[in-house]
Design a protein around this ligand. Structure first.
Ligand code: ZN
Length: 321
């Protein structure tokens, strides 16, 4: 949905449109030519064992197109200012959040080890103002042309949404730039999306039971809840309540980006239940930097606010629980 005259910034749309066609990166040079080690790492990460990417006649996986242009941690020094200006303009108008929405690639010539890489990028399009489930904002599309030895090897279109998060976008007034003084009441934790496929899980949580789906055809347990069995395809199922014992199978510590209602750093755990399925949850009762793989944990239910209760896992001493 797009709206008419701009939200209190009548010339914003025109100012944004003026960036269409401007250079986002010019005469970029790949930091390394196409090379076998990067191809090998990529294939390992993707689990791609195709012989086309190995040996003396190897080509690079086409989807690596953008990888050859990336600047790494230190970045590219020859970056154009237009793209940064455009993002700053949107930030200043209150569209402070960003999410990558999609990319499209077109392959015109295979790349092989030894091919040097050059690239140019242009700001191809800035959309009308759109309202999405995330919030209201503008889609910005850049197109990168990747070349080698004077030939176009492929194009990479990358689209982001710069938006004002929904709570602010829903205000009748235009979104305003975030400032220190606009920090208001603490944000609420996100609500779960409850649908007919997972409603039973949340009914269980409300009754302080963590319910695992069990296929009635082949007895395989599954979590999170899904309509069908991944092992046999049956759509018939019942549930078994988790006993509550588990271990930390893996975890990450979130530092960035910050999300409203969460106070980084904090640990997000992937907990393996004694029944064998895994659940993403909070590990509580231990500092974020003391969470460890293999740590025993026990299920609890945390009341977050009047409407929200969540299963969480408390670290327990070894042998307990
Ligand atoms: Zn099954």
């Amino acid at each position: 949905m797009s709206t008419g005259p701009e939200d209190g910034l009548p010339d914003l749309r025109a100012r944004l449109a003026a960036y269409e066609g401007r250079v986002a990166a010019s005469a970029g040079v790949g930091k390394d030519p196409v090379n076998e080690p990067m191809i090998r790492h990529w294939c390992e990460a993707m689990g791609d064992t195709s012989p086309a990417y190995r040996g003396p006649d190897a080509v690079a996986p086409p989807t690596m197109l953008q990888a050859w242009t990336m600047g790494g941690l230190s970045g590219h020094t020859d970056r154009s200012e237009a793209y940064d200006e455009l993002l700053a303009l949107l930030d200043g108008a209150g569209y402070t959040s960003v999410v990558a929405t999609d990319c499209e690639q077109e392959y015109l010539r295979p790349l092989r080890p030894g091919d040097p890489i050059t690239f140019d990028a242009v700001i191809e399009a800035v959309s009308e103002r759109k309202t999405t489930t995330l919030g209201t904002g503008y889609f910005v599309t850049t197109r990168m042309d990747v070349r080698t030895r004077g030939e176009l090897a492929g194009t990479h279109r990358f689209r982001i949404l710069k938006y004002a998060p929904r709570s602010r976008a829903n205000r009748p007034n235009p979104p305003t730039p975030r400032t220190e003084s606009s920090a208001a009441a603490p944000a609420r934790r996100p609500r779960p999306v409850v649908n007919r496929d997972n409603a039973g899980f949340w009914e269980g949580v409300a009754a302080h039971r963590l319910l695992i789906q069990r296929c009635t055809a082949c007895a395989v347990l599954r979590f999170p809840w899904l309509p069908g069995c991944h092992a046999c395809g049956s759509q018939e199922w019942d549930t078994v309540p988790a006993g509550g014992a588990g271990t930390v199978y893996s975890y990450v510590v979130m530092h960035h980006p910050p999300f409203p209602a969460f106070d980084p750093p904090y640990a997000v755990g992937l907990v393996e239940l004694a029944e064998g399925v895994r659940i993403v949850s909070n590990v509580i009762g231990v500092p974020y930097d003391k969470v460890r793989i293999g740590m025993p944990v026990r299920l609890e239910f945390l009341r977050v606010d009047a409407e929200l209760e969540l299963p969480v896992f408390r670290a327990t001493a070894e042998g307990e629980g």
